[in-house]
Design a protein around this ligand. Structure first.
Ligand code: ME8
Length: 624
């Protein structure tokens, strides 16, 4: 059996995942699922990057060890992948003991072979950021990131002799046109390699400056540079996380990454593998950047889109579909609620959803809900359906997800038109056309089955639901074995459910809030909120919950409030604190305890910070 190994980047564990991370991971998921359907043995790897400065700093700010902090943050990724229906076979963390051992083994091998040497290193150091810059990077003697003065520093470090591999890498890229894709990115890398000297790579950090890293096995005063450690995850996972496989899992078929980290993969990783005498991966695919309503996503702009919110409002599959239908994979793409709603209404509700519901409804109306026996084969429909796999496969080989979806939609459009042309409602009025009606309905249902199977990698949940509506249960057959006529006459169709309800533009979908371009409120709406300053007089944990605290808050009168801040605050730290309370909230019971009001806090997940007035104001003062 052919094997297929696909990876995502391992994401920095200190970030909260957003739609950019979701984008890469769903892409890899689509590939993994597609290749499983082709009958290949698949290993799909994702994970988190957990060493380095940022994690160390974020952890110490919270009084946690880096590993404790990573243990908490990693759940954001695991939880999101679950909600997004990601079918990864393993999840690697660079703090895994096995990974650490592989990294040390590789370092020792390269050191023993003379591929790593110690040299003095001179650079400009930003003390507050704890980061080195080159002379070219600094701006008027200041740190390009924070603007504070930098100082020149010289220290000894270990270097991987990357420059040795420049010619070989150029040749490899030339000889293997599919190695770096898309082509524009390949040209960029070639430009980078041919227009200048390739330096050596500093792969150590003195432990006195950075302790949160993998110690160099040959010099305990140093830890490993995070990227050297991180890139090796793709190989180390094959040693301890991959299922046993006769041929071994290395090399990967695809590394899917964003264009921001192309150089580290195309240059650092490729040359590291060369130095190790290992095979290079089949392909590094660097996709484009997700923007939001035309702007770069950033915390300071406050426009970071939380994929969980999008899923809650529009559904997982609508989101997965939109990400890959709207823009060719590779180019930059924009996310906006309006564009998403437009896609849901046209492609999903109107074209696909309607087709499924029409075909099931007609079967119920004309054949009592049982798949009719066809009296002939509609050659055109059969040809189109059976030819779909080849057309989709060609697109998928190049990771042209958008084109693959377009191919699938040609069958959607064909079947909708087929219904309109054959007018089953007219056939049903003429008893002599009963056989013809049976063939027409069978053709549509069988076509829908082909759609469901081809859609499985993109929209797994909806594909399952379509199969359920066709009365099929059990796992979907593999794509290569799909034959026209597989749907059995006499199969009973259960009651249908709408797949993708239409969303009225400008209105939230049922049960949700407004989309990203949230509807604006007037000052009178704001005035309905009664916000008041209060002082916490008592605080204790609620039994059975690590999140909920029972507070007594003095607002002029004493209020009992249940607040979900137990993972961010200890009760004893809260007593005496001034807080802002929504005072006119309808009472609610949480874990059996009545709550009359709500505290305001900023942040996401468990990373919460209470809002507190900047100057001394009395209890009960209105916030406006
Ligand atoms: O770079 N649009 O991790 P990271 C599209 N730990 N994709 C985006 C995106 C956006 N706006 N923002 C992030 C690291 N991504 C290293 C990787 S791998 C050995 C080590 C995606 O958390 C995209 O895939 O910064 C990008 O390459 C990746 O997240 C960066 O993730």
């Amino acid at each position: 059996m052919a094997k297929f190994y696909v990876t995502t980047p391992i994401y920095y564990v200190n970030d909260v995942p957003h739609i950019g991370h979701a984008y890469t991971t769903v892409a890899a998921d689509i590939l993994a699922r597609f290749n499983r359907l082709l009958g290949k043995e698949v290993f799909f790897l994702t994970g988190t990057d957990e060493h380095g400065q940022k994690v160390q700093k974020a952890a110490s700010e919270r009084g946690l060890t880096p590993r404790e902090y990573a243990d908490r943050m990693v759940e954001n990724f695991r939880g999101l992948w679950k909600r997004l229906n990601i079918s990864n076979d393993a999840f690697i963390r660079t703090t895994d003991g096995e990974h650490v051992r592989v990294v040390q083994e590789v370092l020792q091998t390269l050191y023993d072979r003379g591929e790593i040497v110690k040299r003095p290193y001179r650079g400009w150091y930003c003390v507050p950021d704890e980061r080195f810059w080159t002379g070219k990077e600094i701006v008027d003697g200041n740190c390009p990131e924070c603007g504070r003065p930098v100082e020149e520093l010289e220290e000894e470090n270990y270097f991987f002799l990357m420059s040795r591999y420049r010619e070989r890498l150029i040749r490899h890229i030339e000889d293997n046109p599919g190695y770096i894709l898309p082509e524009t990115r390949r040209n960029e890398v070639m430009g980078f390699l041919t227009s200048r000297e390739l330096g050596d790579l500093c792969i150590s950090r003195p432990r006195k400056r950075l302790s949160w890293g993998i110690p160099l096995p040959f010099d305990e005063d140093y830890v490993t540079y995070v990227w050297f450690d991180a890139l090796l995850n793709y190989y180390s996972a094959t040693r301890y996380l991959a299922p046993p496989s006769g041929r071994g899992w290395w090399p990967a078929e695809h590394h899917i990454v964003g264009k921001d980290i192309l150089t580290t993969h195309a240059v650092y990783w490729s040359t590291m593998l060369m130095a190790l005498g290992m095979e290079l991966p089949g392909n590094i695919f660097a996709h484009g950047w997700c923007t939001v309503e035309g702007r770069k996503m950033s915390k300071s702009l406050g426009n970071v889109v939380d994929p969980l919110e999008v899923i809650d409002r529009y559904g997982v599959d609508a989101f997965r579909y939109f990400l890959f239908r709207e823009v060719p994979f590779g180019l930059d793409g924009d996310f906006s609620a309006d564009a998403l709603v437009a896609r849901i209404n046209s492609d999903l509700a109107n074209d696909l959803g309607n087709l499924v519901s029409r075909s099931v409804t007609m079967t119920r109306r004309y054949f009592g809900g049982e798949v009719p026996e066809p009296t002939g084969v509609e050659a055109e429909a059969k040809g189109l359906a059976e030819g779909l796999l080849e057309r989709v496969r060609r697109r998928m080989e190049r990771l042209a997800f958008q084109k693959a979806l377009e191919e699938i939609w040609t069958l959607v459009a064909y079947l909708n038109k087929y219904i309109d042309t054959n007018q089953p409602w007219a056939l049903s009025r003429d008893p002599s056309k009963r056989d013809r009606l049976g063939t027409v309905i069978y053709t549509v249902l069988e076509g829908v089955r082909f759609l469901a199977v081809h859609l499985r990698p993109f929209m797994p949940g909806s594909s399952e639901e379509i199969c359920r509506q066709l009365g099929l249960d059990g796992p979907v057959e593999d794509l290569a074995g799909l034959r026209w006529g597989g749907l059995k006459p006499g199969t009973r169709l259960p009651k249908p459910r709408p797949l993708f309800p239409r969303i009225k533009p400008g209105e939230p979908p049922a049960g949700g809030e407004g989309p990203e371009g949230r509807s604006l409120i007037g000052i009178d709406d704001f005035a309905k909120l009664e916000l008041r300053v209060g002082r916490v007089s008592r605080a204790e944990r609620i039994k059975g919950s690590d999140k909920l605290l029972r507070l007594e808050v003095d607002l002029g009168e004493t209020r009992q409030i249940v607040a979900g801040i137990g993972r961010a605050y200890e009760p004893e730290d809260l007593v005496g604190k001034r807080v802002v309370v929504v005072a006119n909230l309808r009472p609610a019971r949480l874990m059996g305890v009545e709550s009359r009001g709500m505290l305001l806090a900023a942040g996401e997940g468990d990373e919460l910070s209470l809002i507190t007035p900047e100057r001394e104001v009395g209890e009960g003062t209105r916030v406006r």
